[in-house]
Design a binder for this molecule. Structure first.
Ligand code: GUN
Length: 285
């Protein structure tokens, strides 16, 4: 049996329509959400990613600006720019695109974002809140993964969820969100001894390592839900996931394609969090 394809493009489109309606309602009350993105340097992938975020924001009525700084901008200047945005009352959400050039400490910059405007959920205060189950900004890719899982027709309670990768941006926060849904969560990483045995026991697999071909059909239990966060460009620039899609589709119960799976959901959740930031500071909901 062929898996249900979790169409991230369509799910994102529907979700964004819901956000658009909420933005309209807020705007009618005089509060228009605004997303400010700081980009340092000219990395092609980062530039196109940041432009997509701006375009997606504007499409649903969120105002957006890109603060584009030169590759050789000093840490002090980046922090000054960030301080300006932290104190600008017209700005609801701030996102600093990573990676940053070597002369700028990522940790220092991320810790300098006002936690109330931290729509990426990268500030230690927000990470801490997530781990004690307080309402907060949750990183966007993990939020997008959970929304895709909502469309997989599987109650996660008591299920074996296996996450491959332990990054701070994806692997660890998504594990926490799965735990909040009462799944039994296992995190696999580069030192894991028998990856195959863990995967074979999984009802849900979330792969977030960026290694094409990592998950094959022999790893996947019949009917398992497979979410592929990998997006590695091949030699022709075509994006490849971690999962051997064509063969895994034949055994999985549901699966995300790459591209068109997790990617559109991440941007959607940046918009979601920007709207949330505006609502929170206005004391709405
Ligand atoms: N670079 C790659 N992914 C992300 C992300 O989700 N947020 C930010 N700020 N930078 C990124």
């Amino acid at each position: 049996m062929s898996a249900k394809v979790l169409d991230g493009k369509q799910i994102a489109k529907d979700y964004r329509q819901g956000l658009k309606d909420q933005v309209e309602e807020l705007t009618s009350k005089g509060y228009t959400p605004k997303l400010s993105v700081i980009l340092v340097g000219n990395d092609g992938a980062s530039l196109s990613y940041v432009k997509s975020k701006k375009k997606a924001a504007e499409k649903i009525g969120i105002t957006s600006e890109i603060v584009h700084l030169d590759e050789d901008t000093s840490e002090e200047e980046v922090l000054k720019e960030l301080d300006r945005l932290n104190n600008d009352d017209s700005v609801s959400g701030i996102l600093v695109q990573v990676p940053l050039p070597d002369q700028v400490s990522e940790q220092k910059v991320l810790e300098s974002i006002d936690p109330a405007k931290d729509v990426d959920g990268f500030h230690p205060a927000n990470i801490g809140k997530l781990y004690i189950d307080e309402q907060t900004f949750v990183p966007c890719t993990p939020l997008g993964v959970m929304e895709l899982l909502n469309h997989a027709d599987m109650d996660l309670e008591g299920k074996n969820a296996v996450v491959i990768g332990r990054s701070h941006i994806v692997g660890q926060p998504v594990s926490k969100l799965l735990l909040q849904k009462n799944a039994t969560v296992t995190i696999l990483h580069s030192r894991t001894k028998d990856m195959h045995a863990h995967l074979k026991d999984a009802d849900v697999i979330v792969s977030a390592v960026g290694r094409p071909g990592l998950v094959t059909k022999d790893d996947v239990k019949e009917g398992a839900v497979v979410i592929d966060v990998g997006n590695t460009p091949d030699e022709n620039g075509k994006l490849k996931g971690d999962v051997e899609y064509d063969e895994v589709k034949e055994v999985a119960g549901a699966i995300t394609p790459v591209p068109g799976g997790v990617g559109p959901m991440t941007i959607t959740m940046v918009l979601n969090n920007t709207l949330l930031a505006e609502k929170m500071r206005r004391g709405i909901e």
